[in-house]
Ligand binder design. Structure first.
Ligand code: ATP
Ligand code: MG
Length: 579
């Protein structure tokens, strides 16, 4: 490994955000021992969501920019809600996003022995004590920032006595909450987190990895700096709410330094530092794990991977490409301002990728029959269709059509306004790739609902061009009725109807669920769509991007999820509503 700091990092190419500048300065000053090490520290108590994707892109992205490494660390210090299922999915989601931790996989639980020993060291040094105050008392004693707090009655117990008590805690002599271990720091500090914070608590709950080895567990503020230090992390980035905890983070690092626990790399003692950035918030969704869990548990969604969820597994199942999620995360940037990003920006990133990559196919969602009266019953005509106008390499395919087609009901109007260039009696349209068609009459049912659209074609227009070169304003898509396959589709929309479903503390966020966010429908499709493999993105021409559900599709029987419409239909609705 080169001890020469890299000055030509990718980071230097564009303007640098504050974390990049911070890391670069340390790296150039030689404080990283030649290697920037970051970490992404999820707790395996839920699935990752788009907010985590931002943290992942920052943590892994910064390590990559400086040629360093990013560890995946499961911050599994609270066993009550953690599971292996969550842990496995976290790994899968990070890989899906395109990042890899290499050999750098860690788990807090693997460090419990060491953390326990460090706690005993603190006790021996008179820097920690066992406290028997109840949680309510403890809060009352801690006080308010403007006045000094009250010391715990056991604050000055001898190290020998504390050691004995702490071991009794470890050995299961006490019930949950009966006592805890506190760091002895400063009961008068204006920073409330400095007033003898709890560093170990009793929790008689088995750990998903270690079983019932422990009934005492370290608190986040104690565990996190230890994990960082033992792994040789140089830069520990987290969200803004941890900013007030930073002095405590540094306090723990100082103690570890005194105990000789800091990693030495290339002769440099690695002292981890924490910095904070603002979390990602997005409109029309909730991002708190607790609320997402509630939606799952109350069966308001089909699971963590429901395609409407802001989870990475949900987005993946909906058909959001990983590239789009990454582009979005890079685009929102890294700042300390608390802000909310419009979900339409994410949706546009998705469309941009799919526009380039998704093959076009024909499908009809709201069908009405179209009959070409001057075509023989059994006639068949081939026509050539472009697979992706944005990608010549995608080539073409041959479709066939005959006398009867399915077209979209919306593409016909009985009394069209002047600027309606699609189907209406007496008007001519292009049936995309097939031919020109002139509507002569319609058949209606007793309710005035159109059941058939009739007309004639010009055989010389086969392929879709006017033989005399005259302009045809409207082009519509179609599916050949004789060969169409009907396939199930789910027309997903935003899960919530309002921009900030959890903004009002007086209202339950679940009140704002969008009742129309998962409509089931049947699409009449060109035959090729039947053989689409599970987990494939396609564009249904003029309708939107669809993704064959990876879970529910079977060979020869795909189920399509609507990933997104082709345009932002919400912007239009809002415009109309005069909001
Ligand atoms: P909870 O505190 O409820 O467990 P969490 O979202 O903080 O939820 P973690 O698993 O602790 O869950 O998060 C792992 C990392 O992801 C943390 O570093 C956290 O700061 C970051 N993170 C979580 N949510 C967001 C968000 N919305 N935007 C950016 N980073 C986030
Ligand atoms: Mg957290």
């Amino acid at each position: 490994m080169s001890s020469e700091p890299s000055t030509e990092s990718d980071a230097s190419k564009s303007s640098k955000h504050f974390l990049e500048q911070w890391i670069e300065a340390d790296h150039l000053a030689g404080r990283t021992g030649g290697k920037v090490v970051t970490r992404f520290p999820p707790e395996p108590n839920g699935y990752l969501h788009i907010g985590h994707a931002k943290a992942i892109c920052v943590d892994f992205g910064m390590a990559e920019a400086f040629g360093g490494e990013c560890h995946l660390r499961l911050d599994d210090t609270n066993p009550s809600k953690e599971s292996d299922e969550f842990a496995q999915n976290i790994k899968e989601d990070i890989h899906w996003l395109g990042w890899d931790w290499g050999d750098g996989f860690y788990s807090a639980a693997d460090m419990f022995d060491e953390m326990y020993e460090i706690a005993e060291n603190l006790i021996r040094a008179g820097q920690a004590y066992v406290c028997f105050l109840s949680q309510d008392e403890w809060k009352k004693y801690r006080g308010i920032p403007t006045e000094p707090g009250t010391p715990s009655p056991t604050r000055d117990t001898s190290p020998e006595e504390n050691l004995r008590l702490f071991r009794e805690m470890r050995d299961g002599k006490y019930a949950d909450g009966e006592c805890c271990l506190r760091a002895k720091i400063d009961m008068a500090s204006p920073n409330i987190h400095f007033r003898d914070p709890v560093i170990y608590r009793i929790h008689h709950v088995p750990h998903y990895h270690l079983g019932d080895k422990w009934c005492v567990y370290p608190m986040y503020d104690f565990a996190h700096p230890i994990e960082d230090a033992l792994e040789g992390v140089t830069h520990s980035m987290c969200t803004l709410e941890f900013e007030v905890h930073r002095p405590l983070y540094d306090w723990v690092i100082d103690r570890l330094d005194e105990m000789g626990k800091l990693v030495v790399r290339n002769g440099v003692k690695i002292r981890p530092h924490q910095r904070e950035f603002s979390r990602l918030n997005i409109t029309y969704t909730v991002m708190s794990k607790r609320k997402l869990l509630e939606l799952v548990e109350k069966k308001l969604v089909s699971g963590w991977d429901d395609p409407r969820m802001p989870t990475l597994c949900g987005m993946r199942r909906r058909g959001y490409p990983a590239e789009a999620v990454r582009t979005f995360c890079e685009g929102v940037g890294v700042t300390k301002y608390i802000s909310t990003t419009d979900v339409s920006i994410l949706e546009q990133c998705v469309r941009d990728v799919l526009n380039r990559t998704a093959p076009r196919r024909m499908a009809i969602l709201n069908p009405v029959k179209l009959v070409i009266d001057n075509m023989p019953e059994d006639a068949r005509y081939p026509c050539e269709a472009v697979n992706n106008p944005e990608d010549e390499a995608a080539g073409t395919r041959t479709l066939s059509f005959g006398r009867e087609l399915w077209v979209e009901r919306d593409d016909f109007m009985k009394d069209p306004p002047k600027k309606f260039f699609r189907l209406s009696v007496g008007r001519e349209v292009r049936l995309k790739y097939a031919c020109l068609f002139t509507c002569t009459h319609i058949v209606e049912d007793a309710n005035g609902e159109v059941t058939e659209i009739h007309g004639t074609w010009d055989p010389a227009s086969l392929g879709g061009n006017a033989p005399d070169g005259h302009a045809v304003r409207g082009t519509i898509h179609w599916v050949d009725a004789a060969t169409a396959v009907s396939l199930p589709v789910r027309l997903y929309d935003r899960l919530f109807m309002t921009e900030a479903p959890d903004a009002d503390p007086e209202r339950d966020f679940k009140e704002f669920l969008n009742p129309d966010s998962a409509k089931e429908a049947t699409a009449y499709c060109e035959p090729l769509l039947k053989d689409v493999a599970p987990g494939t993105a396609v564009q249904f021409e003029r309708l939107g991007y669809f993704f064959s559900d990876p879970k529910d599709s079977r060979p020869g029987a795909p189920v399509f999820n609507r990933t997104s419409t082709l345009r932002d239909s919400w912007a239009k609705q809002q415009g109309k509503g005069g909001r």
